[in-house]
Design a protein around this ligand. Structure first.
Ligand code: FAD
Length: 395
């Protein structure tokens, strides 16, 4: 039975795990990564070519300092590697003035005095003719935003970690973690690894690997699609920022779009299609038995959205992908140690908006693994907010 020892074991080498390994390696901390598949794969939450990043954060001002640091770290990785990871082509948040996308984004902008432009309906139509704009709709344009390439970012962070001497065991599933007073044993088939600390970043598998924590996680199925465009020149990154659009309780004749759905999309990367999807809770999924067959019903909402709100975009996708969210009840992340388990750091529950933060989450996890604390403002992401409740409900 191979027996390994290291300082930090990183379990799950996707978005968060690869960034944690990179950040540990930058500090010269010996670490080993364990990955169920081969990093950069398409079986979890981090595939599909593009992820939005933005700082004027509608999910809450608490995320703004983390988003700022995340962008700095992404730029640094880009610089040291020479690999283009980000396209900083701006983001448009569209909705009625009182819609939650607009009001919540404005809260973060005011709290941190973030640069932005508020566009009225006429300006919006003139600048972005691909969006079909409703009376009274406005948009916030954030220039320091755009998209990042997830698979490339994961591979690049790992290449940097590898350069600095860190190793990853691919195709290696961790079966269980045993906690000693000041050590952790990670068991993966016939491999046993002793470490001082383990970072658990297994994405949708978190509830399965640590069922005893009874974390209130919902793994859900999500389906982005690539839809053909008629006039590619209207959808290039410089003409078509990434967007998020809140329809509120919008209803149109023949269109029935759920009130809690936010639609989002990216500029064209192939000159033929744009990627469009809906951000919402989604239907329950099992990461070990994910239904990858996409039906017309799965696509109905996005098709209706495109038909009603985008000009020159076909409602029939050229291709689709199935991906998963790991949602928490409040859609805030779960970051830190479970009570009484200081040898473990959990990075989980990223609720469909975590990728942009993975660089800074790697830094947070390295701080926690090495120093037991971090300067980053992560109290609002603490596991305690759910674990106290689930302990109380168990009596
Ligand atoms: C369709 C879609 C669109 C999204 N859009 C955005 C966006 O625009 N912007 C944004 O910021 N975020 C977005 N997100 C969210 C973001 O992609 C996720 O929050 C992020 O990728 C989660 O990273 P992770 O490291 O937790 O999971 P993953 O990257 O899936 O990594 C978990 C890893 O753990 C491995 N693993 C699991 N179990 C084990 C085990 N027992 N042993 C060893 N390895 C194991 C898995 O194989 C996997 O590689 C989107 C997500 C989806 C699905």
């Amino acid at each position: 039975m191979p027996h390994l020892t290291t300082n930090v074991a990183v379990i799950g080498v996707g978005a968060m795990g690869s960034a944690a390994l990179w950040q540990l390696a930058e500090r010269g901390v010996p670490a080993i990564g364990f990955e169920r598949f081969v990093p950069g794969h398409d079986q979890g939450s981090s595939h599909g070519e593009s992820r939005i990043f933005r700082t004027a954060y509608l999910e809450g001002p608490g995320y703004v300092p983390l988003a700022r640091r995340a962008v700095e770290l992404w730029r640094r990785l880009q610089e040291v590697s020479g690999v283009p990871l980000m396209t900083e082509n701006g983001a448009l948040m569209l909705g009625q003035r009182e819609s939650s996308v607009i009001t919540a984004t404005m809260r973060s902008i005011r709290a941190y005095d973030l640069p932005h432009e508020l566009l009225d309906e006429d300006e919006l139509r003139a600048r972005y003719p691909a969006h079909r704009v409703d009376p009274g709709e406005v948009a916030i344009y954030e220039k320091d935003a755009g998209f990042i390439r997830p698979e490339t970012a994961i591979r690049t962070a790992l290449a940097r970690a590898d350069e600095l001497g860190t190793r990853v065991l691919s195709n290696t599933v961790v079966d269980r973690i045993e906690l000693g007073p000041d050590r952790v044993r990670v068991i993966a088939g016939d491999v046993v690894c002793e470490a001082h600390h383990a970072i658990v970043s297994v994405g949708t598998w978190l509830g399965k690997l640590l069922p005893e924590l009874r974390l209130p996680l919902r793994v859900t199925r999500q389906i982005p699609g690539w839809y053909p465009i008629e006039r590619p020149e209207l959808f290039t990154p410089d003409r078509f920022p990434v967007f998020l659009r809140d329809l509120g309780d919008h209803r149109r004749a023949g269109v029935d779009l759920a009130a809690d759905s936010t639609f989002y999309g990216f500029p064209t990367l192939d000159g033929k299609t744009i990627k469009v999807a809906v951000h919402r809770e989604g239907s329950l999924a099992d990461p070990d038995a994910l239904n990858r067959i996409v039906t017309q019903e799965d696509l109905a909402e996005v098709r209706d959205y495109i038909g009603a709100f985008l000009n020159g975009v076909s409602t029939e996708p050229m291709r689709t992908e199935v991906c998963m969210y790991t949602n928490t009840p409040d859609h805030d992340f779960l970051v830190g140690s479970p009570p009484g388990m200081h040898q473990l750091t959990i990075l989980g529950g990223f609720s469909g908006h975590g990728f942009k933060f993975s660089s800074v989450m790697g830094e947070v996890a390295a701080d926690l693994a090495v120093n037991g604390k971090t300067e980053h403002p992560i109290d609002f992401l603490s596991l305690d907010r759910f674990l106290r409740k689930s302990a109380a409900s168990r009596g």
